[in-house]
Design a protein. Structure first.
Length: 439
């Protein structure tokens, strides 16, 4: 513990510098070009073995990827904002994933951590009482903001990499650090999972800051995530003069509106919580034109994968039936997805046991009821468990200036060092020879 504390004393200012740099140059999902180059260079300098870009992101499994014009524009902006040229080509086209491996050369299991890197599509507050703006590290990229602490997660990942490299003599087996793009909208983890990045992992930990957990508290195994499916439905009808020849039209907007009503009438599932929400409905071009186009952006959720699958299947049926009713075509595009996942009891117990030795953590709980959102690290958790490994999702409580996904969001940076310390201890004190019991 003393050696780790000494490392953290030197590392703490760097954690803040990393976090503020990533916050200032916020980049949203699949365009984390500059961020990825900084991460890659830092890990390379530490001596980690790197796998990058298309080697760790399955192209066919990506969801919600921006169009080519946006990718090119953001790539160019990243160059202008200091993206490192020796790494940038690896990520071209939106393949902004990184996996760093530290092989100790000694027998033992593979431990992996996942951190996410992407910002939200949100304009950051420029009020003087908003600390990032007042202190000069508010987002310089309009429409992009770190309002969910992923800048902090990325800094924690680099901090863990730094600490474990210095403590390598105390480790066995292999350490893998997974830097994931496009968590927002649950778009990125499945693509990395399908690329096989966790297929050799024995123990897996994902991490998050805040989420309403009080400062000083650690949740060792968050289990409140809902499975989800995000999709766009694009209706194509026939435009016509609304006064002179309405019978010649096929009203795409009316079909979409009917679908909205049908979606929100899907019967709840007796097995647990289910959700459906139409967040966007757009269509038409003028008051005197039968709308020939309409689009809706929808999500389903369920307490379990089976419940979400039920809502998702019903939602597709509703959308297609509404299109048929009004004689229009409809295309459904999958934009994001996540699973539900129960943390592994053995790993949760180990995290709890180690966390109680950290004085900065004043409360340690195994799980906690929290507002039900979704998280795509569950794809990685489920893959690891399917291969016989263990997985959990830990949450570090901290003080927040505003809620997540709010333009005034900020967090107390003291939590960064606490998180690095916790994860480093989990690695250094791991029972390499006997492993952890499953239950």
């Amino acid at each position: 513990m003393q050696e780790l504390d000494a490392i953290l004393n030197q590392l703490t200012p760097r954690l803040s510098q990393w976090r503020r740099d990533f916050h200032h140059y916020a980049e949203s999902g699949w365009v984390e070009f500059r961020t990825a180059t900084i991460v890659a260079e830092t890990l390379h300098q530490l001596g980690y073995q790197l796998a990058l870009g298309r080697d760790v992101v399955c192209a066919s499994a990506r969801m919600g990827v921006p169009d080519e014009a946006v990718l090119a524009r953001e790539y160019q902006r990243a160059q202008e904002q200091g993206a490192l040229p020796q790494w940038l080509p690896f990520f071209e086209g939106g393949f902004t994933g990184i996996v760093a491996t530290l092989d100790t050369g000694r027998p033992g299991p593979t431990l992996a951590w996942r951190v996410d890197m992407d910002a939200l599509d949100l304009d950051e507050s420029q009020q003087e009482n908003h600390l990032p703006h007042h202190s000069g590290f508010g987002s310089c990229n309009p429409g992009m903001m770190h309002a969910c602490a992923h800048d902090g997660h990325t800094a924690i990942g680099l901090g863990v990499a730094t600490a474990l490299k210095q403590l390598q003599s105390q480790l066995n087996g292999r350490i893998k650090l997974i830097f994931q793009p496009a968590e927002e909208g649950t778009r990125g983890a499945k693509a990395m999972t399908e690329a096989g990045v966790v297929d050799d992992v024995d123990y897996f930990i994902a991490t998050h800051l805040g989420t309403g957990v009080p400062a000083g508290e650690l949740v060792c195994g968050s289990n409140s995530f809902l499975a989800t499916t995000k999709f766009d439905a694009c209706f194509t009808g026939v435009a016509a003069h609304a006064g002179a020849a309405p019978e010649c039209g096929r009203n795409a907007l009316l079909a979409a509106a009917q679908a909205v009503l049908g979606l929100h009438s899907i019967a709840p599932h007796s097995g647990g919580a289910s959700r459906v929400n139409v967040g966007v409905l757009q269509g038409g071009s003028g008051r005197n034109v039968i709308p020939g186009q309409a689009v809706m952006k929808v999500e389903t959720r369920g307490a379990t994968n089976d419940i979400n699958e039920y809502v998702w299947q019903r939602a597709q049926a509703v959308v297609k039936a509404a299109a048929e009713m009004y004689g229009v075509e409809v295309g459904i595009t999958l934009m994001g997805a996540a699973q539900s996942s129960e943390p592994s009891p053995g790993l949760v117990r180990y995290v709890h046991q180690q966390a109680t030795q950290i004085p900065e953590l004043t409360s340690v709980v195994d799980s906690k009821n929290a507002p039900a959102g979704s998280e795509d690290a569950t794809f990685m958790m489920e893959r690891v468990k399917a291969h016989g490994g263990q997985a959990t999702y830990v949450i570090f409580g901290c003080d927040l200036s505003a809620g997540h996904h709010n333009e005034k969001f900020d967090f107390d940076e003291q939590v960064l060092a606490v998180a690095v310390k916790t994860h480093a201890m989990l690695a250094c004190n791991f029972p390499w020879k006997q492993g952890l019991a499953q239950s």
